[in-house]
Ligand binder design. Structure first.
Ligand code: C2E
Ligand code: CA
Ligand code: CA
Ligand code: CA
Length: 275
């Protein structure tokens, strides 16, 4: 038994080694990919349920390696965050998203995801200003999406940057609402302009489902605080019906559209099919 334990420990070490080797390889590859411009955005439309119109897009990053292989943002964003490369990548991202938004011929907003380490960087505000000035995008058309985990480490730098962004007209959205550990109280900690209700609350919506009461409570709370609501991950007509009935302001999800390439944006429906 002793021998087996020793073997296991050895196996465990080599698994760790392998994992950290892969992590290092990914970091090196990221550095090269940033230099070689292998990243691009796809854009997922967001629709208003009040007037059934397209109001904006969330910019979602994609990485296609030269060999044609796609790497998921769920993999490379955390790696870039861990290694600090998110700052270089994020700076490019904000400038690129603003530039793309000036390409579409209407006033739709662009939402950009900003991760915790970026928001802790005091240089972020300056890069946003540079991106807006460089692209001539009106600040009202830019929305920054952050998650609650942003506030865990360097809260004061983050809050200061967010306030400065709001002062110049950029709007701030709280992403993945309801998945953190202090979500309800957290909504009061900063004057968010928008809250994005996580897909997990949308999944089980159906006539007479108890999930409807949870959505209703979130919508009531956001409404009382004067925060605009967007439901994420809407995949069915049934979910859309319930959200409409409960008074959710805006929706995003595969049922409406998957994320699309920039040049496909003119082909999207400008309005939702009305019920
Ligand atoms: P997120 O910000 O919560 O983005 C929503 C994710 O849900 C996207 O995945 C989107 O494609 C997916 N989605 C949208 N509608 C539906 C639906 O109806 N059903 C399902 N199953 N999924 C849906 P994606 O593009 O793979 O991005 C994953 C995460 O990676 C994002 O989650 C975000 O946290 C991060 N991410 C993506 N782009 C960026 C970026 O430019 N910067 C940073 N910091 N993070 C990014
Ligand atoms: Ca997001
Ligand atoms: Ca989200
Ligand atoms: Ca997420």
């Amino acid at each position: 038994a002793k021998g087996a334990g020793k073997n296991c420990a050895h196996l465990f070490d080599s698994v760790l080694d392998e994992a950290s080797r892969q992590q290092r390889a990914l970091e090196l590859d990221l550095r090269r990919a940033i230099r070689d411009r292998e990243f691009r955005f796809v854009f997922q439309p967001i629709y208003s349920l009040g007037d059934n119109r397209l109001t904006g897009f969330e910019a979602l990053m994609r990485w296609r390696r030269q060999d044609g292989q796609d790497v998921s943002p769920a993999l490379f964003i955390p790696a870039a965050e861990k290694s600090g490369q998110i700052n270089a990548l994020g700076e490019w991202a904000i400038a690129e998203a603003c530039r793309c938004a000036t390409q579409w011929d209407h006033d739709a907003t662009v939402s950009v995801n900003v991760s915790p380490r970026q928001l802790m960087n005091p240089a972020l505000f300056g890069s946003v200003v540079d991106a807006l000035v460089g692209s001539h995008l009106a600040p009202r058309r830019l929305i920054i999406e952050i998650t609650e985990s942003v506030f865990i480490e360097n809260m004061s730098v983050a809050l200061q940057t967010l306030r400065k962004l709001q002062t110049i007209g950029v709007r701030i959205a709280l992403d993945d609402f309801g998945t953190g550990y202090s979500s309800l109280n957290f909504l009061r900690s900063f004057p968010f302009d928008r809250v994005k209700i996580d897909k997990c609350f949308v999944d089980n919506l159906a006539p007479d489902s108890s999930a409807n009461a949870v959505i209703r409570a979130i919508l009531t709370l956001a409404d009382a605080l004067g925060i605009e609501t967007v439901a994420e991950g809407v995949e069915t007509a049934t979910q859309l019906d319930v959200l409409r009935r409960e008074g959710c302001a805006q929706v995003q999800g595969y049922f409406l559209s998957r994320p699309v390439e920039l040049d496909r944006i003119p082909l999207l429906n400008a309005t939702l099919p009305t019920p």
